[in-house]
Design a protein around this ligand. Structure first.
Ligand code: SF4
Length: 476
């Protein structure tokens, strides 16, 4: 499958792409499949397996599944709709299957299997619909494989739009196919397009000029269509920060974690009213915290490439927009940055994983840091070799990063970790730009190392909350 930039950057809701967005898409896909006989459905059963069961409650998985069964999609559901439907379910109201057909859904309808890992992936969900006598009308098993991508048992291609939206196996032909960093650098070097230009040319061939509903664009400049959609993604990132900064108080869940971003913004306004360069670090931290606090609240975020790591790309992009004097317009900086970052995201998705449940946090925060480093190096004018070097440095120093969220909530260590990883990305880009592009460890080698490290990592450290901080810090 050839990945689109809009597979790496999509709009969803928090707190988790694999545990919230993916299960919602799976359930929506199931609901769409049973639409022809929905009136015959008298009861439902949802089985959550592996990591989805181990940390699903903290990640909002049960609610995400119910929303999906009601036909809501992560791209379009509003936080207000989520709150309203959550309140309705807490009052014991039935699930509105497909948005209309009421089906009761009690405690027995949801069964957790935290110690059972299905063969294909640890994030498994099985959905079953029964008629009034209790006969099975339909059952499907789905896997949420990270970043909001969903696979259905019996289908090959993963898809972010939902398992039913999986593209044909053959897929469209792109001018610069790449799976490895060496192939990507080769295209970027031989064409002079850079990472972003290669990604853009492929995106146009993929039909990237689709509108926000995924429909083919009208006749016109396909490049401009892709630009408009990417800038709309940028706008969602910006809106996420502003929404978060307007909130205050404590994040959801038992930890009682206080939002810090709004207070930090007020302090920065006092101490850095002129936006002096020496305060760049504090502003980058602020953006990362704001995005991840909004994600932890269940708010609207750009999955980039996952929700847990959603603050890194916006934070580093903020640095590029505010502190680089490259002569590019703001739109152009954002456009080129996001394309180059997505090109590197393709490499992780193709060769390894972006799922914390599969390879630990190195796959989420590490991949996002690497993507952001590439985006920044590209808009700093790096050669293809320097951009590859930037992405490599950022991942090299995230290798082995475990996933051990306390209480199964995407809060500690996730929120601060995004700010730290954003700084790593900026440093990686600066280091790469001070070199000539030659380096000892290739990006392909570091991606392979990440994949193998993730394979060898104990499952305690892969989004199960059975190890690390999750067991050494007592929940309040
Ligand atoms: S520790 Fe990392 S991978 Fe795990 S939930 Fe937090 S951000 Fe995601």
């Amino acid at each position: 499958m050839t990945l689109s930039v809009f597979d790496l950057f999509s709009v969803g809701i928090g707190p988790s792409s694999s545990h919230t967005v993916g299960p919602m898409r799976a359930a929506a896909s199931f609901a769409a499949g049973i639409r022809p006989f929905v009136d015959d459905v008298a009861s439902l059963r949802v089985d959550l397996y592996g990591s989805l069961a181990a940390t699903g409650v903290g990640h909002g998985t049960p609610m995400a599944v119910l929303l999906g069964l009601e036909g809501y999609r992560p791209e379009t559901v509003t936080p207000e709709e989520v709150d309203a439907r959550r309140a309705a379910h807490e009052r014991g109201e039935p699930v509105l299957l497909g948005g209309a057909h009421p089906v009761s859904f009690g405690p027995d309808s949801l069964v957790m299997h935290p110690l059972t890992v299905l063969p294909r992936h640890t994030n498994g969900v099985r959905l079953t619909a029964f008629d009034a006598p209790g006969e099975t009308l339909a059952t499907e098993t789905y896997y949420s494989v990270g970043g909001g991508f969903v696979e259905r048992d019996g289908a090959d291609a993963p898809a972010r739009g939902g398992a039913d939206d999986a593209p044909e196996a053959s897929g469209p032909v792109v001018p610069y196919p790449f799976r490895t960093a060496s192939e990507l650098v080769g295209h970027a070097r031989s064409t002079g397009l850079g990472f972003g230009g290669v990604m853009l040319a492929n995106e146009v061939a993929l039909g990237g000029d689709r509108d926000s509903e995924g429909r083919p664009g009208a006749a016109g400049d396909a490049v401009e269509e892709v630009r408009a959609r990417l800038l709309a993604i940028r706008d969602v990132m910006d809106a996420c920060v502003q929404t978060s900064l307007a909130r205050s108080g404590v994040l959801p869940g038992a930890l009682g974690v206080r939002r810090r971003a709004p207070e930090w913004r007020e302090r920065l306004r006092r101490e850095d009213p002129e936006r002096a360069p020496e305060f760049w670090q504090e502003w980058v931290n602020l953006v990362a915290l704001a995005v991840n606090e909004e994600n932890a609240t269940g708010g609207r975020v750009v999955t980039a490439p996952t929700n847990g790591a959603a603050g890194i790309v916006p934070a580093v992009l903020h640095y590029a927009r505010r502190y680089l004097a490259g002569g590019l317009s703001d739109d152009e900086v954002c456009f080129r940055f996001l394309l180059a970052a997505a090109a590197v995201g393709v490499l992780y998705k193709e060769q390894a994983s972006i799922s914390g449940a599969e390879v630990g946090c190195q796959g989420e925060v590490g991949s996002a840091s690497s993507m952001a480093a590439a985006g920044l190096a590209e808009v700093m004018g790096g050669t293809p070799e320097q951009v590859e070097n930037a992405a490599e440095i950022a991942m090299e120093h995230n290798l082995g990063l475990t996933c051990d969220p306390i209480g199964g909530l995407v809060q500690i260590p996730c929120i601060e970790r995004n700010a730290i990883a954003a700084s790593k990305a900026i440093n990686a880009a600066k280091m790469a730009l001070w070199g000539d592009g030659s380096h000892h460890v290739s990006l392909d080698q570091v991606i392979a190392t990440m994949r193998e490290t993730g394979r060898d990592m104990s499952s305690k450290y892969k989004e199960t909350s059975l190890g690390g901080l999750a067991v050494n810090v007592v929940e309040c």
